[in-house]
Ligand binder design. Structure first.
Ligand code: FAD
Ligand code: NAI
Length: 472
């Protein structure tokens, strides 16, 4: 069988669609296999990120944040709103409108870049052949290269199995048509806190249960402690060190039984969201004859350049090791496309940023203080609080700080941690600085625009050198 495509991508999430577009831009004959929503025929372009992840969650976080600002902060600024009210159904329609417009955008990008779309479910056979199943019909395509980008799905726990009504996953939690009075969440991870924040701001009484003894163990400890206090003040009731025993569903309510330091407890909720992590999605994707190997957690085994054990077959995004983040997924898609086209591109996994979209936001790149300590690395810390930053004052957003850690020996930046308004945008400066192996002195001697929140980065860099300009 002749190879019909240079590159065949399975999955059109951020890893797959970005990889397919880049491959086509590099002159490779490219196809992308993706499923569709049975109810309305819509293609699932954008994958988890666009349909039920990053974009819908950030839309709802933004709307609910605006609602809280209008309710709690505007009056102090001289803005009076007599009767503030939120229309949840309209909010969800608005969120869907954004999702659909971006899906149409990817459709247009595929067309303008000449990516062939193969509608259906892909399965990898032997000799780089892919079977595409659509409406009872199977077609087989051969490709010189295959990129697997099938993503991930929510994990579940047997003590709280999803039922689609009272016990739901994060996707359903982003499409609720009413504000649940009592909202339970299992998992105080990124999804639990972000989605919990949305519904808490809109009026739910939110309780989050987690097995661990701290929130956000991957975040720099000083910021994690601070955000934990802020979240509690904002109304999230976070119960840690909890063991979930089981659930009873009765009359549109769910009773969650759990153990904590006080013994057996139970709480009743109108909705329970279970967000206890995500698992790689390879269901019915790989025929044994293909030779592709999985690791013991079900991720497709790949090397640093996302090559599987079979030459010409690559895997990228959530279905492989590393953080489950849309930008990491997309960057892997680009790297693989470039390398198939004959370039030699690598990703610096040390400079992948993380963002948690709480209010204030938390963003970081590089090492945390606890990681540096446990690795025995000698470092210096520079901190600058937003309360000393003119623009933060003008914005009435004083919470948070910038914290920079540098190697005590050579001044090279090892980690940048930001808690504050627009941390998600500001962190790019830390990423670029670290990507270019910048020292803190390089940053301190760079000119930053005034008045901006970025000046806090400038000052934190100065702080690693032992001083700041705006110090009282
Ligand atoms: P996916 O986006 O999961 O896409 C995989 C695609 O492959 C899907 O469209 C699927 O239909 C398709 N597919 C699977 N199997 C087949 C098959 N056999 N045949 C054909 N098609 C197939 N990350 C961030 O960086 N920032 C955020 O703010 C953020 N927020 C999130 C919020 C939530 C609620 C969730 C759940 C996730 C969030 N993420 C966020 C994570 C982000 O969504 C994922 O890291 C990202 O979507 C992974 O991209 P991917 O392309 O690897 O996989
Ligand atoms: P997570 O790994 O962030 O958190 C899961 C939480 O569930 C942990 O705190 C864990 O201790 C807890 N948990 C696990 N099993 C439990 C049990 N049986 N009982 C009680 N608690 C239990 O996973 P989450 O929140 O589901 O998100 C999945 C991934 O999606 C994230 O790791 C991240 O990669 C991505 N994501 C990224 C976002 C961003 O970049 N802002 C936003 C949302 C998701």
């Amino acid at each position: 069988m002749e190879a019909k495509f240079d590159v065949l991508v399975i999955g059109a999430g951020p890893a797959g669609y970005v990889g397919a577009i880049r491959a086509a831009q590099l002159g490779l004959k490219t196809a992308c296999v993706e499923k569709w929503v049975k109810e309305d025929g819509r293609m699932i372009y954008g994958g988890t990120c666009l349909n039920v992840g990053c974009i819908p969650s950030k839309t709802l976080l933004e709307i609910s944040h605006k609602f809280i600002e209008a309710r709690d902060k505007f009056e102090e600024l001289g803005i009076k709103i007599e009767k503030l009210r939120i229309d949840i159904k309209k909010m969800i329609r608005h969120k869907n409108k954004i999702v659909y417009s971006l899906i149409n955008g990817i459709d247009a990008l595929f067309r303008t870049n000449g990516v062939t779309v193969l509608k259906g479910t892909g399965k990898i056979l032997n000799e780089k052949k892919v079977e595409v199943y659509h409406n009872g019909k199977k077609s087989i395509f051969k490709a010189k290269n295959i990129i697997i980008a099938s993503g991930s799905i929510p994990s579940s726990i047997k003590q709280a199995p999803f039922n689609g009504h009272t016990i739901i996953d994060s996707a359903a939690a982003l499409s609720l048509q009413d504000v649940p009075n009592r909202l339970g969440i299992i998992g105080a991870g990124i999804i639990g806190i972000e989605v919990g924040s949305v519904w808490s701001r809109l009026g739910s009484k939110v309780t989050i249960l987690d097995a661990l003894d701290q929130v956000f163990p991957a975040v720099d400890e000083s910021l994690a402690k601070e955000i934990s206090k802020i979240l509690t003040k904002q109304g999230l009731n976070i119960k840690l060190n909890v063991r979930i025993m089981g659930c009873e569903v009765k009359n549109k309510e769910v009773k969650v039984k759990f153990m904590d330091q006080f013994g057996e407890q139970s709480l009743i909720f109108d909705k329970l969201i279970v967000c206890v992590g995500r698992i790689p999605y390879t269901h019915k994707l790989i025929d044994k004859s293909s030779g592709i190997e999985l690791d013991d957690k079900g991720f497709i085994k790949v090397d640093q350049q996302c090559k599987t054990s079979i030459p010409g077959i690559y895997a990228v995004g959530d279905v492989v090791r590393g953080p489950m983040l849309a930008h990491k997924a997309a960057q892997e898609g680009i790297m693989v496309a470039e390398n198939i086209a004959g370039n030699n591109v690598q990703i610096n996994y040390e400079t992948i940023p993380w963002v948690i979209y709480t209010s204030p936001e938390i963003a970081w790149v590089g090492k945390t203080e606890q990681q540096l300590k446990s690795a025995g690395i000698k470092y210096k810390v520079g901190i600058f609080p937003f309360s000393n930053c003119g623009r933060a004052k003008a914005n009435n957003e004083l919470q948070g700080m910038v914290k920079i850690m540098v190697d005590a020996g050579n001044d090279r930046i090892l980690g940048v941690h930001i808690m504050g308004q627009n941390a998600s945008e500001l962190i790019a400066q830390g990423v670029i600085a670290m990507e270019f192996s910048s020292s803190a002195e390089d940053l301190a001697l760079t000119c930053f625009a005034h008045p901006t929140l970025s000046e806090a980065i400038h000052e934190a860099a100065f702080s690693t050198l032992g001083t700041t300009i705006h110090k009282v």
